[in-house]
Design a binder for this molecule. Structure first.
Ligand code: IPM
Ligand code: MG
Length: 370
């Protein structure tokens, strides 16, 4: 049987390989039951790629990413590589793959599973049933803006420069993704910038407003300054449906939002490119937790964000809502049964290992599928 879709796995560094091991099992289960027919390849990224190939992302790996129907990346980075020059650091591999694949819209859901409402550091009633989606612009702004660098001035002082820059089309394409998502949810978009101090923020607000007026009148649009949004996210997160913001504010706000559910170990993400005429769309899926060097190699990392990232792949890249729902349900049931890794364990429960958690989800999938 020829494989219908090509998936590329990038385990990366730290806990990456451990949670990828679990993802492999989940993917194997879907293949073995005939629910999917995926060819699964694997490659290096980040520190491991630097150690092996002398660069965090080789052109050959990037090429494989572009040819794949979807990429599932675990995590990159670690203290071992922290003192390398900027260009060699694992994070450059991540930025390189985003840029190279053209994935400009980063979808970061913050969803509170009802059984985990107590895991949050906020009061359960503040986060119970929370379901928000942060859409972060991923290829522009201060992350990539020129000029950038560190220079030495004639008087011997040093000066560091980065540039926050956005164009009309960059703003509109990511805002469009946010409006489209909102239509399938609660129909609300909150656009976030700092138009009170930044021209790029003024432009952002104007372009999002124009797009809503021309194409998305049916979607409710509000605007918020980024600092206020950070405050509102902990004060009353349920006021939001979809939040759209630039690369840097989106980075900060999504980390903040990721703590509402209580553990980073639960949250997946998707980064999507433009839909081509053929229907093809570049797509990169990642758990939002980092490489967690402090627990790497101990076998205790929570693999659920990685599993849920695979679920997002099934939903967004392959329109397999049934299979994606099956994953969400299996994860919920496992949590309900009190099977917890250390990061989400509650009083009276004994934490399980990464492998035990993964196997529990596979078993639950099999049970649900009948
Ligand atoms: C993220 C991370 C990355 C970013 C780092 C690792 C470069 O924080 O995916 O949010 O800043 O984009
Ligand atoms: Mg971040």
């Amino acid at each position: 049987m020829t494989a219908s879709k090509k998936i590329l796995l990038l385990p990366g560094d730290g806990i990456g390989p451990e949670v990828t091991e679990v993802a492999r099992k989940i993917m194997a289960w879907f293949n073995s039951t005939g629910r999917t027919n995926f060819e699964i390849g694997e490659d290096l990224i980040g520190g491991i790629s630097y150690d092996t190939n002398g660069t965090p992302l080789t052109p050959a790996t990037l090429q494989r990413c572009k040819e794949a129907d979807a990429v599932l990346l675990a995590s990159v980075g670690g203290p071992k590589w922290d003192n390398l020059p900027f260009a060699d650091r694992p994070e450059r591999g991540l930025l390189g793959i985003r840029k190279g694949m053209g994935v400009f819209a980063n979808l970061r859901p913050a969803l509170v599973f009802d059984v985990l409402a107590n895991a949050s550091t906020l009061k359960p009633e503040v986060v119970k049933d929370l379901d928000i989606m942060i859409v972060r612009e991923l290829l522009g702004g201060v992350y990539f803006g020129e000029p950038r660098g560190i220079e030495t001035l004639p008087n011997g002082e040093r000066r560091g420069v980065n540039t926050q820059v956005y164009t009309t089309s960059e703003i509109q394409r990511v805002a469009r993704v946010a409006f489209e998502l909102a239509r399938k949810r609660r129909n609300k978009v909150c656009s976030v910038e700092k138009a009170n101090v930044m021209e790029s923020g003024v432009l952002w607000r104007e372009e999002v407003t124009k797009l809503q007026a021309s194409d998305y009148k049916d979607v409710e649009l509000t605007h918020m300054y980024a600092d206020n949004c950070a405050m509102q996210l902990v004060r009353n997160p349920k006021q939001f449906d979809v939040i759209v913001s630039d690369n840097l504010f989106g980075d900060l706000l999504s980390d903040l939002a990721s703590m509402l559910p209580g553990s980073l170990g639960m949250l997946p993400s998707a980064s999507l490119g433009a839909k081509e005429a053929s229907g093809r769309q570049a797509a990169l899926y990642e758990p939002i937790h980092g490489s967690a060097p402090d627990i790497a190699g101990k076998g205790i990392a929570n693999p659920l964000a990685m599993i849920l990232s695979y679920g997002m792949m099934l939903r967004y890249s392959f329109s397999m809502a049934d299979n994606a729902d099956l994953i969400d349900k299996a994860v919920q049931n496992v949590l309900r049964a009190g099977i917890r890794t250390a990061d989400i364990v509650e009083k009276g429960q004994t934490p399980v290992s990464t492998t035990v958690m993964g196997d529990a989800v596979v078993k639950e999938l099999a049970g649900l599928a009948g």
